[in-house]
Design a protein around this ligand. Structure first.
Ligand SMILES: [Zn+2]
Length: 277
């Protein structure tokens, strides 16, 4: 086992929090949907307890408002509570003012739920883009010390984005960035440590890549969602690419996470970055 600690993160949202879809994108319908997030998160919490691992939970403010006990329970187990915004809106779909309002609302909901002081943010669907870098200033102004939303990919974030943790200056002081972990392959950066990429990649490939990173002193960042632990969730009509992103090979996530927890060292993101203490 290596001594390098990797960041373990959970994007705490429910089965209907899918960006860019018609019906479930309408916030006014959300209260009517069955809530499955508490029982799905319980599966993740039990795995973490079993392996004595702690993680960062990027909590959707809407969930903190709807299920405050869940947030308090997660915090009580020693995990870090950070924010995933309030209404799961992509940053590039909001104005600076709307983004600020969404973050404020999430921080209020998390604080009322007993989530403690929040210093980390992750954008829904990794939606920071070169033209929305103002988001980092908005976050820093609210006491957020790190962001974990940048993806160095051509199709999602931007190829120019960092591939390793770094400091980014804003008018209100610097913010730390922990970007999506990728591996260089055929001139592209390929993700492999969470979501669909983790479900697609063979487990031993993922483990050996992270081990190789750790041997070189670099931390990886792993991410999962509670709905990836729920084979019975209601299926939403989605375009093909989104259907694959959300439902393909869901049964592989618990086993893969469990294996990584046995073989690697993990910590909440703020501890890996060394901030907030
Ligand atoms: Zn999300």
């Amino acid at each position: 086992m290596t001594t390098c600690r990797n960041a373990l993160t959970v994007d705490l949202e429910d089965w209907y929090h899918i960006c860019g879809t018609g019906r479930t994108g309408d916030v006014s319908t959300w209260d009517a949907y069955e809530s499955r997030v508490t029982r799905n998160t319980a599966k993740i919490l039990s795995l973490l307890r079993e392996h004595r691992a702690r993680a960062t939970f990027f909590v959707l403010g809407y969930i903190a408002g709807r299920e405050p006990e869940l947030i308090a329970d997660i915090a009580k187990e020693g995990h870090e509570i950070a924010t995933h915004g309030h209404y799961h809106r992509r940053v590039f779909e909001m104005s600076e003012e709307e983004f600020a309002e969404d973050v404020d609302r999430s921080l209020e909901a998390i604080s009322s739920a007993g989530g403690g002081r929040v210093i980390g943010y992750r954008a829904p669907e990794w939606s920071i883009r070169p033209h929305t870098m103002w988001a980092l200033r908005v976050l820093r102004r609210r006491g957020i010390r790190y962001d974990s939303s940048m993806v160095p990919l051509t199709r999602m974030g931007d190829r120019s984005f960092p591939t390793a943790p770094c400091r980014i200056p804003t008018e209100d002081g610097e913010i730390l960035e922990f970007p999506l972990t990728t591996v260089r392959c055929f001139g592209e950066h390929l993700p492999f440590t969470g979501g669909l990429p983790l479900r697609l990649m063979p487990y031993f490939y993922v483990l050996s890549r992270i081990r190789r990173m750790n041997a070189g002193g670099d931390a990886a960042m792993v991410y999962v969602h509670p709905w990836e632990f729920d084979l019975e969730q209601p299926r939403i009509e989605l375009p093909r690419s989104r259907r694959i992103m959300h439902y393909f090979n869901l049964r592989s996530t618990p086993g893969k996470l469990s294996g990584l927890l046995v073989n690697l060292r993990f910590a909440p993101l703020r501890e890996v970055l060394g901030v907030g203490h």
